[in-house]
Design a protein around this ligand. Structure first.
Ligand code: HEM
Length: 582
């Protein structure tokens, strides 16, 4: 399969014009000499489907080769659809030409017989981002000087539409010439790509719902629930989900697998590590999905992860990277962080039973001190407020915002940030230059939330080391997040609105279920433009936590099989602890 059809397949059908929006439009023939195409010659106003797109998918409002695709139901030769594709074109109408906006130039079918579209002045000056247009827009469709019809783009439209001018055509408008032949080949390839995608049967879809979706939601995507996690541990929910996805790969091939989800449209499940990485590394797949925006807006509405505007997202991303020292194995404040870790871990008993409650509380003290400074050490109310909001976030947009709790949380947080204590991330938040819309303080709730996951990863790493004492702390933390990923599912929106769901427990275990010290398999920290900017900090701090804990203690954990279970409930995980004999 060619690279074009492979990309088209993953993007659910398109290699070019991936950024685009669908609209309902109206086509109204204007009185003219008959052309021989009934829908353009008369018959009154009719509803059409319009897709406005960016040919090169350059981010946001950047000028691009813009596209107008029009689907006229019943306009084709024998009652089928008629698809017309027009591109923004230069002075000669034969070549594509970038435009700064949909109302700022002309469009042409490029091929003979050449139709053109000219925007009518609607009183607003629109840019090049089809997701951000003031409606209605109107265009006059012409052939030469003859005004054929008026096209009005009326309102956004849900769902999907396939445009294929090589198939959906009318003999009078059948494109001719070299370009038309090339386009016919390209569309045939793209069709072939889509046809090649395996589709989950209804039975498989129900299984996916029951064995993957429901257990993931029950565990709590943003804040783990005790009961849901206990149940998951008991029935090995993530292991079952992983085995189901493996069976589906054996049955359908390498995928990605298309699953029809009621009310949401097509869902794509990548089944190979190469496809997982391809999606994560392609900027056309956006991380700010509706579900994620719904969830994170409860406590981090200005966070980079749910920032939709690509330009602002880029600047927020850079800010996060600067403060978290992404790409640097040692954060500039590492010496201070080591002291904090040593002090807090020293508070944990050297003998008896280690429970998550004790470990988790110590870890929250570490997180508050690293992020906000020593004065935040005992601010358990801040964590409690954050966790209430995270509890709501588990329900995404289905649950309303608790504005009073959010306001209390924000007030407490900014008091800590205002102190900008030396050698804390808060100091960097205040000293790192950033435009106001980056909202430096607004990035911090995500960090606090994500430190919870880091603590869980460190705690499970102890379970790996209990059975493999010769392994290193860092290796154990990395394997902990691979084998028991704290982000259960990584969502992306494909350019055409299909959702891509990367099931992390499955994706991370493609290389195996056993402890593999030194492995860099899987995508526990995601990959590409949305890769976790906190990865280096997490690896640094959590390796310190594990090392520090085991410096003066020997531990005994559960007897885990070589093929490790898919779910390891940290809430009920316990260790017998005694002073080290070394
Ligand atoms: C075990 C610990 C952690 C793991 C496994 C982890 C993993 C991930 C993953 C998989 C993503 C991508 C999420 C998505 O696309 O939906 C992500 C994003 C992110 N993580 Fe982490 N993370 C961890 C801890 C942290 C910490 C401690 C911080 C900050 C101090 C942090 C900051 C972020 C930010 C800001 C993003 C959004 C990045 C973007 O949208 O470009 N993470 N993380």
């Amino acid at each position: 399969m060619s690279t074009i059809s492979r990309i088209a397949e993953l993007r659910h059908g398109r290699a070019l014009h991936t950024i685009g929006s669908l609209f309902t439009g109206e086509l109204e023939p204007l009185g003219h000499e008959p052309l021989g195409v009934p829908v353009l010659d008369g018959g009154g106003r009719r509803e059409v489907i319009v897709r406005l797109s960016k040919g090169l998918s350059l981010p946001g409002g950047m000028p691009d080769v813009l596209g107008i695709a029009i689907k006229i139901p019943g306009g084709g030769a024998d009652g089928g659809d008629l698809d017309l594709l027009l591109s923004s074109s230069g002075p000669f109408r034969r070549l594509p030409f970038p435009l700064p906006g949909f109302t700022r130039g002309r469009f042409s079918t490029l091929m003979r017989p050449r139709l053109t579209a000219e925007p009518l002045d609607t009183g607003h000056d629109d840019g090049a981002d089809p997701r951000d247009l003031a409606l209605p827009l109107a265009f006059v469709i012409k052939r030469g000087r003859t005004r054929l019809a008026l096209l009005r783009v009326v309102e956004p439209r849900e769902g999907e539409a396939d445009f294929d001018p090589a198939v959906n055509q009318h003999p009078v408008l059948r494109p001719r010439g070299v370009l038309a032949r090339l386009r016919r080949v390209a569309y045939a390839r793209s069709r072939e790509g889509r046809k090649g995608l395996p589709r989950a049967s209804v039975v498989d879809t129900v299984r996916l719902g029951a064995q993957v979706l429901v257990p993931t939601l029950l565990q709590g995507v943003i804040l783990r629930r005790r009961a849901g996690s206990a149940l998951a541990g008991l029935i090995d929910a993530d292991g079952r989900a992983t085995r189901l996805l493996r069976r589906l790969r054996a049955k359908h091939g390498d995928g990605p697998l298309l699953v029809r989800v009621p009310m949401r449209g097509w869902l794509l499940l990548p089944l190979t590590e190469a496809d997982v990485r391809r999606v994560l590394n392609d900027p056309a797949f956006h991380p700010a999905t509706r579900e994620k925006r719904g969830a994170l807006s409860h406590f981090a509405p200005e966070g980079v992860l749910i920032t939709v505007d690509p330009e602002l997202r880029g600047r927020r991303r850079r800010f996060n990277e600067q403060v978290l020292a992404t790409g640097e194995p040692e954060h500039p404040f590492h010496a201070r962080f080591r002291r904090i870790v040593a002090e807090e871990i020293a508070e944990l008993p050297r003998e008896g039973t280690l429970t998550w409650d004790a470990f988790g509380a110590a870890h929250w003290r570490i997180a508050r001190r690293i992020v906000l400074g020593d004065a935040a050490r005992d601010d358990e109310e801040l964590t409690w407020l954050l966790n209430r909001l995270r509890g709501d976030a588990n329900y995404s947009y289905v649950r309303g915002h608790r504005t009073d709790v959010r306001a209390r949380f924000a007030r407490r947080l900014s008091r800590h940030l205002d102190r900008a204590e030396d050698d804390s991330l808060a100091a960097l938040v205040r000293s790192t230059p950033a435009a106001p819309d980056v909202d430096p303080d607004g990035q911090v709730p995500h960090w606090l939330f994500a430190f919870d996951a880091a603590g869980i990863a460190a705690y499970r790493a102890l379970a790996l080391l209990a059975g493999n004492p010769e392994a290193g702390a860092r290796e154990a933390v990395r394997e902990s997040v691979r084998l028991w990923p704290t982000t259960l599912v990584i969502l992306r929106d494909s350019p055409r609105g299909a959702m891509v769901a990367i099931h992390s427990p499955y994706a991370n275990r493609i290389e195996g279920d056993d402890f593999q010290p030194g492995s860099s398999a899987g995508v526990p920290f995601s990959d590409g433009h949305g890769r976790c900017p906190g990865e280096d900090l997490v690896m640094l701090v959590e390796s310190m936590v594990v090392e520090e804990y085991l410096r003066s203690r020997d531990i005994e954990g559960p007897d885990l099989p070589v093929a490790l279970p898919g779910s390891l409930d940290h809430f009920t995980l316990r260790f017998a602890v005694r002073p080290a004999e070394r």
